[in-house]
Design a protein around this ligand. Structure first.
Ligand SMILES: NC(=O)c1ccc[n+]([C@@H]2O[C@H](COP(=O)([O-])OP(=O)(O)OC[C@H]3O[C@@H](n4cnc5c(N)ncnc54)[C@H](OP(=O)(O)O)[C@@H]3O)[C@@H](O)[C@H]2O)c1
Length: 202
């Protein structure tokens, strides 16, 4: 299928890693859809991408981290683009270094898990059915090295959240060995700042 016939949904596409992915796909002629909870972040994304590819970017405001929000924005997405051929899931946060675990609150751990794993699960459950039965389709998870070790003192909750994202990818690989859609995981073993994301995916 030519790139111009493909529609890539980048979940977290207004974020640091996601915006680099969006730019890279647009520069290669794909149509790209991005959902963000904040219209301001979508406007910022539009100002980052090449003006010549702007007509291939579809943006929607919505919350893919809640079951109702994800379902609602899925309907709006399908109305706007008709179909999705590829999903890239780049949800979470760039960094967390709140300190030793015994100084943290349950609320903080809940926020970390909600941001890194619950949003990943909810959006996968919502958008995977759009691509799962087609061998030319893909679903790709962006993960990081923080799930395998403590990166620095005080980053423990980042490790807990990132480890659950890694475990989720492993579970999907093993639970869906024969699914027609290709399941991919891209693990970034380095820190990514807004500009370096573009270099990484180019
Ligand atoms: N940056 C790094 O150094 C680095 C390195 C290796 C791996 N990674 C991985 O790359 C992924 C993205 O990181 P990033 O640096 O791009 O983070 P980011 O700049 O904070 O962007 C994260 C995106 O996730 C979305 N999101 C967060 N919580 C959500 C929720 N509860 N419901 C719905 N959407 C939610 C945000 O959407 P809104 O636009 O709606 O706010 C945002 O666009 C993470 O999994 C991270 O572990 C990052």
């Amino acid at each position: 299928m030519p790139n111009s016939d493909r529609v890539v949904l980048v979940l977290g596409g207004a974020g640091t890693v996601g915006s680099g992915i969006v730019k890279a796909f647009l520069d290669r002629g794909f149509k790209v859809a991005v959902i963000s909870r904040e219209s301001k972040r979508l406007e910022k994304l539009k100002s980052f991408i090449s003006p010549s590819s702007r007509q291939n970017l579809v943006t929607l405001v919505g919350n893919v981290g809640s079951e109702e929000g994800a379902e609602e924005v899925k309907q709006a997405l399908l109305k706007a683009v008709g179909k999705v051929t590829d999903v890239v899931s780049s949800l979470g946060f760039s960094w967390w270094q709140g300190g030793l675990p015994h100084t943290q609150t349950v609320k903080e751990l809940h926020w970390v898990l909600e941001t890194l794993i619950l949003s990943t699960f909810v959006s996968w459950k919502t958008f995977f059915p759009l691509v799962k039965d087609d061998p030319s389709c893909t679903y790709t998870f962006m993960t990081g090295g923080a799930g395998e070790k403590l990166l620095m003192p005080g980053t423990g909750f980042l490790t807990v959240g990132a480890a659950s994202a890694l475990a989720f990818c492993q579970v999907l690989r093993e639970e869906y060995p024969d699914i027609p859609c290709k399941l991919n995981q891209v693990k970034i073993n380095t820190g990514v700042a807004p500009q370096t994301a573009w270099v990484l995916v180019s």
